[in-house]
Ligand binder design. Structure first.
Ligand code: ATP
Ligand code: MG
Length: 202
């Protein structure tokens, strides 16, 4: 038998074993529920991943709500795309980054008024997916009451998915979530003096 034939046969046997294991795990996962997904860490990819899930959801005809807790300096493409979409309700906090406003009281007022949209979405059983972009900072800075946020998340409709992004997600959020990804900052173009790029960064 040639080396190639032997290698191909070994590969086929390994793949058969792998498929049996994967199929077994797929068959065992038979629970459906509204998921809580937390995307945190210092690397790039939290909000863009969250909006990727929103795109999937909209593609499937699910009703979605987005609340962005920090308004960036640049108008982001995801807002331009989804703002007027009939399946998406989109709210953006009307202040900039916290280090730009430099006004704690004004930030707290804005955070609380923005939270009213989130809490309404989290009570609406007709909303399938809720994306709370950059929510973690509202808890880290103490702009929102953590107990209230956590209880709202816990009491949301059983089938409703919620996606939360932002660095330094607090321990209670991580504990409550079903899926948590911590995105590592291995390398970022910005640190090489490259300015933000349309489509990639916003
Ligand atoms: P994205 O929206 O691109 O998925 P993100 O949500 O993970 O990024 P944020 O902390 O919300 O990250 O920052 C948003 C902006 O900051 C984006 O323009 C992104 O490219 C940039 N950014 C994200 N991570 C880093 C980093 N580690 N260094 C420098 N800039 C970053
Ligand atoms: Mg983000």
């Amino acid at each position: 038998m040639s080396n190639d034939t032997e290698r191909n046969q070994r590969h086929k046997r390994a793949m058969q074993r792998k498929k049996a294991l994967v199929d077994e795990r797929i068959a065992a996962a038979d629970i459906d529920k509204g998921l809580m997904v937390v995307l945190t860490g210092n690397g790039k990819g939290k909000s863009s991943s969250a909006f990727g899930m929103l795109a999937r959801s909209v593609g499937h005809g699910l009703r979605c709500g987005v609340v962005q807790f920090i308004k960036g300096q640049w108008e982001c493409g995801e807002q331009l795309l989804f703002d007027s979409h009939p399946l998406v309700e989109f709210h953006v906090m009307n202040t900039g980054f916290t280090w730009e406003t430099q006004d704690r009281e004004a930030d707290i007022t804005a955070a609380k008024s923005t939270w009213t949209h989130a809490s309404a979405l989290l009570k609406d059983p007709d909303v399938d997916v809720v994306l709370l972009d950059e929510l973690t900072y509202m808890l880290t800075y103490g702009y929102l009451d953590a107990e209230e946020v956590l209880s709202c998340l816990k009491q949301r409709p059983a089938g409703q998915h919620v996606i939360i992004t932002g660095r330094n997600a607090n321990a209670a959020l991580i504990e409550m979530a079903d899926t948590v990804s911590e995105i590592q900052d291995t390398k970022h173009a910005f640190n090489q003096g490259i300015r933000v790029q349309k489509g990639i960064d916003y």
